[in-house]
Ligand binder design. Structure first.
Ligand code: NAD
Ligand code: AHE
Ligand code: ZN
Length: 368
């Protein structure tokens, strides 16, 4: 079938709206009619050429919501008409990783997903017979996309697509990092580096679990009002203090219990470790850094009890946890609406990237 997609032909170039041919779902796959997709900084990261796994031409996008309109042979967990959120972190419930109970990083299809193809090693997208690659197993910047059955979470039908698409990445990543990865406890002190689409969800997660002090760190002070609305109690602008780590230590009597890096900058990653309290503070790296970049600190920081860890998709097991987060939204436990600052049709998707780069949006949602 012919579908409409925003194609990334080359790193560093704007996306191009194209008619693309899409093959139907093969065994174990589903065809999803995309209703809405968010634009995450990771899409911009890959488009920039900084992603070691970036492949072109490709259809980016990994924060979608839609309806299953066809299923391939052997599909049992979803049927036509089901509403779903695509999962860039699948949940097969059978691989060593899923069965470990220790991680959400299902590896059942990770190798082919990273090469931009379906589990059988081929792409379903093409233009004039030339393959267009998938992205993160989801390719949500297309009005139809094919993905493995294990890469969709079935959700309730009354949830609005234009809001819950954000649960496909940003909401789950931020809230989940607090709950699943750090397991922040009531009364804790927390620092959040980067008050964008991820960091604000870390803040709402920290407030939800009862953190006492939530310090936001950002070079863009226009983020202050929304961050405060979501639970930030203190703000540190790195451009206005001589030492970010000391500024955080001053507010918290020596350092925070938990910090979260939501920027993807190796300097702020180091600060996020070193602003943690001696003996127990934990720093969670969420931000994604470019090819060849490395983090460093004095090993003494770890010897003296600080912990450095990372979080992908908020430690969430998608098929199990995503429907619950949709319920949290529908029951008013979490706010998504305030974070969706812009909406536009697919034709304008490059404007969404521009808004992000200028720091003027939190989340732009494309509606099909
Ligand atoms: P965003 O662009 O919405 O927000 C980034 C924020 O960081 C902005 O508010 C910006 O002003 C601020 N910032 C930039 N440089 C800064 C600096 N030097 N010091 C302080 N603040 C600075 O991006 P986002 O969508 O929130 O994504 C944030 C990061 O998280 C990206 O690296 C993205 O790739 C990554 N990410 C990771 C996961 C995961 O599962 N680990 C999931 C989603 C996104
Ligand atoms: N491809 C990059 C890494 C990108 C990355 O870390 N992706 C996150 C999700 S970001 C969503 O906005 C992730 O889940 N990583 C785990 C995984 O298996 O990809 C690189 O450096 O190669
Ligand atoms: Zn993302």
């Amino acid at each position: 079938m012919d579908v409409k997609a925003a194609v990334a032909f080359k790193a560093g170039q704007p996306l191009s709206i194209e008619t693309v041919q899409l093959e139907g779902p093969k065994a174990g796959e589903v065809l999803v009619e995309m209703k809405a997709t968010g634009i995450c900084h990771t899409d911009a990261f890959t488009l920039s050429g900084d992603d070691p796994e970036g492949i072109f031409p490709a259809i980016l996008g990994h924060e979608g919501a839609g309806v299953v309109v066809d299923i391939g042979p052997g599909v049992t967990s979803v049927q036509k008409g089901d509403h779903v959120i695509p999962l860039y972190t699948p949940e097969c419930r059978q691989c060593k990783y899923c069965l470990s109970g220790k991680t959400n990083l299902c590896q059942a299809i990770r190798a082919t997903q990273g090469r931009g193809v379906m589990p059988d090693g081929t792409s379903r997208f093409s233009i004039d017979g030339e393959p267009i690659y998938h992205y993160m197993g989801t390719s949500t910047f297309a009005n139809y996309s094919v993905m493995p059955e294990i890469s969709v979470a079935k959700i309730r039908k009354d949830a609005p697509f234009d809001k819950v698409c954000y649960i496909g990445c940003g909401v789950t990543t931020g809230v989940g990092a607090v709950i699943n990865t750090a397991k922040v406890t009531p009364g804790s002190t927390v620092a959040v580096f980067g008050l964008g689409g991820i960091g604000l969800n870390v803040i709402q997660g920290a407030r939800m679990v009862g953190a006492d002090i939530i310090i936001g760190v950002d070079i863009n002070p226009s983020k202050i009002p929304l961050a405060t609305q979501f639970g930030m109690t203190h703000f540190v602008n790195p451009k206005e203090v001589s030492n970010v780590v000391e500024a955080i230590a001053d507010i918290t009597d020596g350092g925070v219990d938990y910090s979260f890096e939501c920027i993807g900058n190796t300097t702020t990653m180091r600060q996020s470790l070193e602003c943690c309290h001696k003996g127990w503070g934990e720093s969670v790296i969420i931000g994604v850094a470019g090819a060849g970049q490395e983090i460093c600190t004095r090993p003494f920081q770890l010897v003296t009890g600080r912990v450095w860890k990372g979080s992908a998709f908020g430690g969430a097991r998608g098929r199990t946890d995503v429907p619950k987060i949709v319920d949290w939204y529908m029951n008013g436990k979490i706010d998504i609406d305030s974070l969706i600052t812009h909406k536009m049709p697919l034709e304008d998707i490059n404007k969404g990237f521009d808004l992000m780069h200028r720091g003027e949006s939190i989340r732009t949602v494309v509606e099909f």
